[in-house]
Design a protein around this ligand. Structure first.
Ligand SMILES: Cc1ncc(COP(=O)(O)O)c(C=O)c1O
Length: 396
């Protein structure tokens, strides 16, 4: 049966990382990966996570199955963290999912079971996995414009025009709540309110990817676009990831939050989410969920965790500013990066320049020009700036 299987296409970004690993050069620099790095190039376990794990080692009594939608404590805490205290709780169905990816897939599955010809609008560009996830769930991916012609800022008018002119009632619209991946380019809060009104007017359903809460402007500030969207739209899907802000990448913790118009249908909504999960992975993994729930329920641990999220965000911002300054000293203007947020940035470099950087300088960036700002360090900054400055002079 399996002899006829062709080789599946390689993952675009992991492929570059593999090439990086094989590169024998000692001074090579990898700016492609999608994880936070500290100044020493490590992806550390947060101190709050260490302490929560120590606590769990003492207190955990069982490894028995969790409920299909995850534990009630986790779900309550996540609801508070993502939506704040004001959201009417009766309208919200929350489920722990394996990472943000799991949330996207379970949300998509749940919708496509009842809307057989569902379509979703994705920003062009978007996270490389979005299209595959929605397609696998039977939802047709379409794209809306996002970037200006130099690929360094948002073309808000084009985005609104595409959704207004091509969106059909019942279409889903995938929006990155903050720290847009791969560009780092987010709408302003005023623009979020305008997007919210447009979705409402056109009967489009927001499907929000919230993978970087705390990496943009702060844990509370980064949730403001959700409030803008929920102000005008009764139905919404939110997919949260705790991979980045808790550094729990391999523990696979995320949450699907589905909000309906009235509390009367929430039990049915949750039952559909449970049904999607049951036929997929049955129930979620315990350890990561316990860590997140333990931290969020404990005042001391959550204060520590919040300070650790702040520290990760400050480091990203420091690296971003230091890169802009380094480029400016060399005579290259990268001030557009200052308004971008989160780990990723579009540098405006093209595929040929990215390839030149890799081959000639051992600096690995994605062919679209995306860099992971957290992959920069004080030590490597001058080298990277000089290499990027030189690459900018390469014309096709
Ligand atoms: C925009 C976006 N959504 C979702 C995810 C998936 O997150 P997780 O690793 O929690 O599945 C990522 C991870 O890089 C992402 O960048």
């Amino acid at each position: 049966m399996f002899e006829s299987f062709p080789l599946a296409p390689p993952d675009s970004i992991l492929g570059i990382s593999e090439a990086f690993e094989k590169d024998p050069r000692k001074n090579k620099i990898n700016l492609t990966v999608g994880v936070f790095k500290d100044e020493q190039g490590r992806t550390p376990i947060l101190e709050s996570v260490h302490r929560a794990e120590a606590k769990l080692l003492e207190s955990e009594k069982t490894k028995s199955y969790l409920p299909i939608e995850g534990g009630a404590d986790f779900n309550r805490q996540v609801h508070k963290l993502v939506l704040g205290p004001d959201m009417e709780p009766g309208r919200v169905a929350v489920a722990h999912t394996p990472g943000g990816t799991g949330a996207l897939r379970v949300g998509a599955d749940t919708i496509s079971r009842h809307h057989h010809h569902a379509r979703i609008w994705l920003s062009n560009p978007t996270w490389a996995n979005h299209g595959a996830i929605f397609k696998a769930a039977g939802i047709e991916p379409l794209t809306y414009s996002y970037l200006n012609s130099s690929k360094t800022g948002l073309d808000f008018d084009a985005m609104m025009h595409d959704l207004e002119s091509q969106g059909r009632a019942g279409d889903l619209v995938c929006l990155h709540a903050c720290c847009h991946n791969p560009t780092g380019i987010d709408p302003t809060l005023d623009q979020w309110y305008a997007i919210s009104e447009l979705l409402h007017k056109k009967h489009l359903v927001p499907f929000i990817d919230f993978a970087y809460q705390g990496f943009g402007e702060g844990l509370n500030e980064d949730a403001l676009p959700l409030h803008a969207i929920l102000k005008h739209n009764a139905d919404a899907v939110i997919c949260a990831s705790f991979s980045k802000n808790f550094g729990l990448y391999s523990e696979r913790v995320g949450a699907l939050i589905m909000i309906g118009e009235s509390p009367t249908n929430t039990a049915a909504l949750l039952s559909q989410v449970r049904s999607s999960i049951r036929s997929n992975y049955s129930n979620p993994p315990r350890h990561g969920e316990s860590i997140v729930a333990t931290i969020l329920a404990d005042t001391e641990l959550s204060t520590l965790w919040r300070s650790e999220v702040d520290a990760m965000r400050y480091r990203i911002s420091e690296m971003r500013n230091s890169f802009i300054e380094g480029m400016s000293r060399l005579g290259s203007d990268f001030r557009f990066l200052a308004s971008q947020k989160g780990m990723f940035s579009y540098t405006g470099l093209n595929a040929m320049q990215a390839d030149w950087l890799k081959t000639e300088k051992g600096v690995y960036i994605v062919g679209t020009g995306r860099i992971n700002v957290a992959g920069l360090s004080t030590q490597t900054m001058d080298t990277v700036c000089q290499a990027v400055h030189d690459a900018c002079r390469i014309q096709s």
